[in-house]
Design a binder for this molecule. Structure first.
Ligand SMILES: [Mg+2]
Length: 232
């Protein structure tokens, strides 16, 4: 089966992965693709149908294909690492389901956007890191970082780590996780830091496209062919 898709991975938790993943999904939907969405495991919510959950936001962005439970088959309430959150609930993460849960989407969609949890080396099960899933899924990575000071160092660290793991990095996206303040003429403003960080990352990773996602944007800015990157 053809496996077209992208795996959205953060430099850390809380850097804007869901916002970026949903924006890529809407961009692909607008381009006429049937888009599947998958979040292997989530913590900090009680059901995938909770509209505040990552799963629901991805599902809604994709036009509500299949069910929220197909988007995220495993959710645990405590807002901590999934393998600890599951134990807090007296359960264990199903590490096989982390992987097999993706399969339904390849028959239901042209392209699948997967959102990881935390950073590249964050644990998603007792024996599984996000990087392990990335290797098994064989999807190009989109590395997401928050558009704030330190983005160059964080993004390069995750890209280099991914490459050392034998993973393909397809794009880097800096996401404005808060409304930017200040003026562009101020080099310390959030807008200028994002612009200059993106340029810096692009100059150091010349084969990898770099994008900036505005705080209120629902789609990716023009300039990157996301379907092509997803091998769709
Ligand atoms: Mg998220």
């Amino acid at each position: 089966m053809k496996r077209a898709g992208l795996f959205v991975v953060g430099t850390d938790t809380g850097v804007g992965k869901t916002h970026v993943a949903a924006a890529i999904v809407r961009t692909l939907v607008t381009a006429g693709r049937r888009v599947g969405v998958y979040k292997p495991v989530a913590s900090g919510c009680t059901t995938a149908a909770d509209i505040a959950s990552d799963a629901w936001q991805l599902w809604d962005a994709a036009g509500r294909p299949l069910t929220p439970e197909d988007v995220c088959p495993q959710v645990f309430a405590a807002p901590i690492a999934p393998h600890r959150s599951s134990r807090h609930a007296g359960r264990e993460v199903d590490e096989r389901l982390l992987r097999t849960g993706l399969d339904a989407w390849f028959s239901a969609a042209d392209v699948v956007v997967v959102e990881g949890a935390g950073g590249l080396f964050s644990p998603v099960g007792a024996a599984t890191l996000v990087s392990d899933l990335a290797r098994d899924f064989r999807l190009p990575l989109v590395i997401v970082d928050a558009a704030r000071l330190g983005a160059v160092g964080r993004s390069l660290a995750t890209c280099r780590a991914a490459e050392a793991e034998g993973l393909e990095v397809a794009a880097v996206v800096l996401s404005h996780t808060t409304p930017p303040t200040g003026v562009v003429a101020d080099p310390a403003s959030a807008v200028a830091i994002a612009r200059d960080s993106a340029a810096d990352i692009a100059s150091r990773l010349p084969t990898i496209p770099v994008a900036i996602l505005e705080h209120a944007a629902s789609r990716m800015p023009p300039g990157i062919d996301w379907a092509a990157i997803a091998r769709c």
